[in-house]
Design a protein around this ligand. Structure first.
Ligand code: 13P
Length: 253
């Protein structure tokens, strides 16, 4: 059965001391994750070890990197390989966030390579997709997202694609306070699942967690997560406030 996941994306925020306080505050708040639910914290590279240490021994809670290199190792100054991440206990990686696509020119082909490097090392890629406002206004979001999936994921075997977590994040809803309606999220996420079912089969599609991201907050998480094809959220701004993110964890199905 697919997992329900509350994933925090801290992006390039917080000092080390603020990060320590945030994770400590959050862990002190009451939340319960059953074996079908997970909380994941995608934090800046220098904080991975600290957060991993804080989460050690806790069930269904994981630390994630916000990116990794498509290369295995070598002379790539400033890059961080999956091997480096795994050597400090990091086995989840956000791949292809729209901010990386936009500001660092990451394209579908490069992201396919990053997904491959994760899967070949038994790490979980949290693969982001989603359309810009102009595409939504032209009502072409389905085709846009289908192409992202096609070019970055559909080379995978049926077994491997089930190890990918997909995060649908409409760019126009990221950090804007403008959330997709729960119906908009449901519609496109049902479409994504249907596409995967067509490409593979129903069982594969039903096994894949599809998260929604874009201005998820404590006040709207329950409504969004209640949708049949929304298996939790990838949360930016609201994940920087312990009480907010804790409520979001507690809003998982
Ligand atoms: P916000 O929750 O701040 O809109 O960010 C969403 C996001 O980009 C998570 O990856």
């Amino acid at each position: 059965m697919r997992k329900q996941i509350a994933a925090a994306n801290w992006k390039m925020n917080l000092t080390y001391q603020q990060a320590e306080k945030l994770i400590d505050d959050l862990l002190a708040l009451p939340h319960q994750l059953n074996d079908n639910q997970q909380a994941i914290f995608a934090v800046p590279f220098p904080y991975l070890q600290m957060v991993a240490n804080r989460l050690a021994g806790k069930q269904n809670v994981f630390v994630a990197a916000q990116n990794c290199s498509n290369k295995k190792s070598g002379a790539y100054t400033g890059e961080t390989s999956l091997e480096i991440l795994q050597s400090i206990g990091v086995n989840h990686v956000v791949i292809g966030h729209s901010e990386r696509r936009e500001y660092f020119n990451e394209n579908n082909q490069l992201l396919a390579e990053k997904v491959d490097i994760c899967l070949s090392n038994n790490a979980t890629p949290i693969f982001c997709c989603g359309e810009p406002l102009s595409v939504r206004e032209a009502n072409e979001q389905d085709a846009f997202v289908a192409k992202q999936l096609q070019e970055s994921l559909y080379h995978l075997s049926a077994e491997d694609i089930q190890k990918v977590v997909i995060a649908y994040e409409p760019i126009w809803a990221i950090g804007t306070g403008k959330t997709a309606t729960s119906q908009q999220a449901q519609d496109i996420q049902a479409f994504i699942r249907k596409q995967i079912a067509t490409q593979y089969n129903d069982a594969v599609a039903n096994n894949i967690s599809i998260l929604y991201g874009g201005s998820v907050k404590a006040s709207n998480a329950k409504e969004i997560f209640s949708q049949a094809d929304v298996d939790g959220g990838l949360v930016g701004g609201a994940s920087l406030i312990a009480e907010e993110f804790n409520t979001i964890i507690n809003s998982l199905k």
